[in-house]
Design a protein around this ligand. Structure first.
Ligand code: 13P
Length: 263
C-alpha cells in the first residue's frame, strides 16, 4: 500500500437512504462533470443499494469510484434482506462502508459483526471504510479515547499489519453526525492522532502510515479546509453535504487547497 502522504485527498459521499435510481444518476452525472475541477482528489459515491447500478453506469470511465453502505460477511446463504460481499463487488463497488454509527446504533451492529465484515471485504478485494466514533455521553464523561480504541481493537481483531494497511478508517463522532455540530479541527486531530498512534503501536509505523483516516460529521465546504489542514486527517466521509454536487465538489476542492499547506 502507498503511504497516505502520497495519497490524494479523499472525499466520499455517503448518500444514506436518499435518492432513487434516476435522482442518484443525475447527481452522479453532475459530480462527474465537475470532477475535473477537483482533479487530484479521490472521489467516491456511496448510494443506496438500489441505485448502485444507475450510478455505476454514470461513473464508468471516469475517475469517480463507487462504494456500498453496508454488506453481510457471508458470500451467500439464507440471509433474507442482506447483500453479500460478492454482490457488492459485482455491482461495481471498490469500497464498502462498515460499522457506520447508524448501523451500530439503529440496527444493533456489534464490534464482532464489524470485524467479520472487514475481513470479508478484504478477502473480496473491497476496501472497507471502517467507521468508529463516540457518543456525546462518552465524550462528556471523558471516555472518548477508550471507546475509540476498543472499537479499533475489536474491529481489527485477527488482522495483520499488511491487511490493516489496506483499510480506510472514518472517525465519525456520533454527536456530530447530521447535527450541524462539527468536531473542532483540534478535537478531530486529537482522535486521529490517537488512532494513528494505536495503529503504529500494534502494527508498526510503516503499515500505520498507509491507513487513510477520514473525518465525518457535519463536514461542509466552510469547515473542510481547517479540518483537512490537520496532520492526521486524510479526507472526509460526507453525509448531508454530499447530496448536492456543488457542495460535495467544494469540499473536495477545499481539501486539495489545504493539502498544499499540510505540515
Ligand atoms: P453528515 O455529514 O450529514 O453529518 O453525516 C456524516 C456521516 O454520517 C457520513 O457517513
Amino acid at each position: 500500500m502507498t503511504n497516505r502522504n502520497s495519497h490524494p485527498p479523499f472525499a466520499a459521499g455517503n448518500w444514506k437512504m436518499h435518492l432513487a435510481s434516476g435522482e442518484a444518476a443525475r447527481l452522479a452525472s453532475e459530480i462527474v462533470k465537475g470532477a475535473a475541477d477537483a482533479a487530484g482528489a479521490e472521489l467516491v459515491l456511496i448510494p443506496p443499494f438500489t441505485s448502485l447500478d444507475s450510478v455505476r453506469r454514470v461513473v464508468a470511465d471516469s475517475s469517480v469510484a463507487l462504494g456500498a453502505q453496508n454488506m453481510h460477511w457471508e458470500d451467500k446463504g439464507a440471509f433474507t434482506g442482506e447483500v453479500s460481499p460478492l454482490m457488492v463487488k459485482d455491482a461495481g463497488c471498490r469500497y464498502v462502508v462498515i460499522g457506520h454509527s447508524e448501523r451500530r446504533h439503529l440496527f444493533g451492529e456489534t464490534d464482532g459483526g464489524v470485524n467479520k465484515k472487514i475481513k470479508a471485504a478484504l478477502r473480496t478485494d473491497l476496501t472497507p471504510i471502517f467507521c468508529l466514533g463516540e457518543t456525546l455521553e462518552e465524550r462528556q464523561s471523558g471516555r472518548t479515547i477508550d471507546r475509540i480504541e476498543s472499537q479499533l481493537i475489536a474491529g481489527l481483531e485477527g488482522l495483520d499489519g499488511e491487511s490493516v494497511s489496506k483499510i480506510v478508517m472514518a472517525y465519525e463522532p456520533v454527536w456530530a453526525i447530521g447535527t450541524g455540530r462539527t468536531a473542532t479541527p483540534a478535537q478531530a486531530q486529537e482522535v486521529h492522532g490517537q488512532l494513528r498512534g494505536a495503529l503504529s503501536e500494534r502494527y508498526g509505523k510503516q503499515d500505520a502510515d498507509c491507513v487513510i483516516i477520514l473525518y465525518g460529521g457535519s463536514v461542509k465546504p466552510d469547515n473542510a479546509f481547517s479540518l483537512f489542514r490537520e496532520k492526521d486527517i486524510d479526507g472526509f466521509l460526507v453525509g448531508g453535504a454530499s447530496l448536492e454536487a456543488s457542495s460535495f465538489l467544494r469540499i473536495a476542492k477545499e481539501a486539495l487547497r489545504a493539502h498544499k499547506e499540510k505540515p
